[in-house]
Design a protein around this ligand. Structure first.
Ligand SMILES: Nc1ncnc2c1ncn2[C@@H]1O[C@H](COP(=O)(O)OP(=O)(O)O)[C@@H](O)[C@H]1O
Ligand SMILES: CC(C)(COP(=O)(O)O)[C@@H](O)C(=O)NCCC(=O)O
Length: 451
């Protein structure tokens, strides 16, 4: 599949250079009745429903002088076409489990998020009617279309999932400062993206399953590979094997795990020694879950913590390795990873990075995106062709988005990922920059725009 110019492209060039306002910490706020809601977009995936919407309100805290300064910096004169207040508003990012779609519908209804959208036009104050349309992507846009019509009276205007992922990723990489970062051995480093030298790259979206997309430009991409061993596999197998009640619980368990009780290591096979001739240290995993075959143990004899870590390493490493092989196929040096499987989790990112680095001998680099799980929803959000906010404004408001996806930060727990010199017994606890805590509520985080 090769697509070119299949969707209306918005001009990002101005957004990247306009304005430079510092925004304070993101706050978790829900729109109140006086807010205008516009541009609700959905990504309904196999595991999670992602919502992105913008609520605009006149921010009383911005005085006239500051408004004037901001307008000047944005190059907006009073004689401009806007008749509404240009400042004040929030971009909201919310997620629900797909199995709890009723909660999502209730949320949309209770906040009247669908009220302002009428045949792709922003139309504040209009009640949902037969013409109401919400942009939606992901398989659920097809699967649940009737349910949305029935419960909310809105139609879902379906946008292709790959189109949206690419549009969301390109936009974030071009317009958001500090969107991409590397994560190696517990160290996070932001990557300065040269927007003139962004393409080509490999986008790996780790959702329920995994899509690998070679991106050559805006709207120009090809899905070159994928794997069915993805986030759904970790969560599904993990739930069955550990009886965990939530994904975050499973992830937390892994932080107290020791995969050496489950995985067969090179050292287990080689009597504690490295197999240095082919570059394998004793601590390298020779066979994920391999140790469980030789023991006369039942599932209940294994610690859920160890199972979770072993699963996490197996899946993350495998995805990192396949990604690199695909990057190699097309001569791509940069690989960006998105999708909610990553969950800002340090050990997951380290494992993926390790696999990419190991197999590429340091030639390729894994990078992560702060809005990891919202690429598709953002792409759908940006696909509104006509709206009350003009294109430039949409980009500006997102550009000032202060903080990315939830990032657990804190300590890395778990055994070292290993290199050739490493000893299996070596313990490592790295201190990371502490940023946003992992939010467990549905409302992930909401950016304060120009507050
Ligand atoms: N709260 C959660 N509930 C379920 N899965 C979660 C949660 N948080 C993160 N995940 C992980 O994210 C994956 C879904 O990622 P996502 O990018 O939303 O894909 P999809 O579009 O397939 O739903 C899940 O399979 C799981 O591994
Ligand atoms: C079918 C999907 C595109 C759906 O996206 P998701 O809901 O997983 O984000 C994805 O699960 C996928 O790419 N699976 C891998 C299928 C394969 O290439 O084998």
């Amino acid at each position: 599949m090769h697509r070119s110019g299949s969707r209306p492209q918005l001009d990002l060039s101005k957004a990247a250079i306009q304005g430079n306002f510092e925004v304070k910490d993101p706050t978790i706020l829900l729109p109140n009745q006086s807010d205008d809601i516009s541009h609700l977009a959905l990504d309904i995936g196999g595991s999670l429903i992602k919502l992105v919407y913008f609520s605009r309100h006149e921010d009383q805290s911005i005085d006239d002088k500051r408004k004037k300064t901001i307008k000047e910096r944005l190059g907006i004169s009073n004689g401009n076409r806007r008749s509404y207040p240009i400042l004040g508003g929030r971009l909201h990012f919310v997620k629900f489990e797909t199995t709890k779609i009723s909660e999502c519908l209730d949320f949309i209804h209770s906040k009247q998020l669908h009220r302002g959208v009428d045949s792709c036009h922003w139309n504040p104050g209009v009640q949902a009617n037969d013409n109401a349309v919400i942009k939606a992507t992901g398989g659920g846009a097809y699967k649940f279309a009737d349910l949305f019509k029935e419960r909310l009276g809105v139609s879902l205007d379906k946008e292709d999932e790959m189109d949206c992922l690419v549009a969301g990723a390109n936009f974030l990489l071009k317009a958001i400062r500090h969107e991409a970062f590397t994560h190696m051995e517990g160290q996070k480093e932001f990557v300065q993206i040269d927007t003139n030298d962004l393409f080509p790259y490999l986008l790996v979206n780790i959702g329920s399953g995994v899509s690998m997309i070679k991106v050559d430009g805006d709207g120009k991409f090809e899905r070159v590979s994928g794997t069915n061993v993805g986030g759904g596999t970790y969560w599904g197998l993990g739930r069955l094997l550990t009886k965990c009640k939530s994904f975050d619980e499973l992830l937390e368990l892994s932080q107290r795990g020791d995969n050496g009780t489950i995985d067969m290591l090179v050292g287990d096979i080689y009597g504690g020694m490295d197999y240095s001739k082919i570059g394998l240290s004793a601590s390298t995993i020779a066979s994920s879950f391999g140790k469980t075959i030789s023991d006369k143990k039942e599932l209940a004899d294994y610690r859920p913590e160890d199972i979770s870590l072993s699963l996490l390493r197996m899946i993350s490493y495998n995805i990192g390795q396949i990604s690199y092989l695909n990057a190699l196929r097309f001569g791509l040096k940069r690989i960006f990873f998105g999708g909610f499987f990553i969950r800002g989790h340090a050990y997951t990112m380290d494992t993926i990075s390790f696999a990419v680095q190991f197999w590429s001998k340091g030639e390729a680099q894994a990078m992560f995106l702060r809005h990891e799980g919202f690429l598709g929803a953002l792409g759908a959000f940006m696909s509104y062709e006509k709206h009350g906010l003009d294109d430039l404004m949409v980009h500006q408001l997102v550009e000032r988005f202060p903080m990315g996806a939830p990032y657990t930060g804190g300590r890395i727990h778990g055994p070292p990922l290993g290199d050739l010199n490493e000893k299996a017994s070596e313990a490592r606890v790295c201190l990371l920059l502490l940023e946003m805590p992992l939010p467990l509520s549905n409302t992930v985080y909401i950016a304060n725009y120009l507050n």
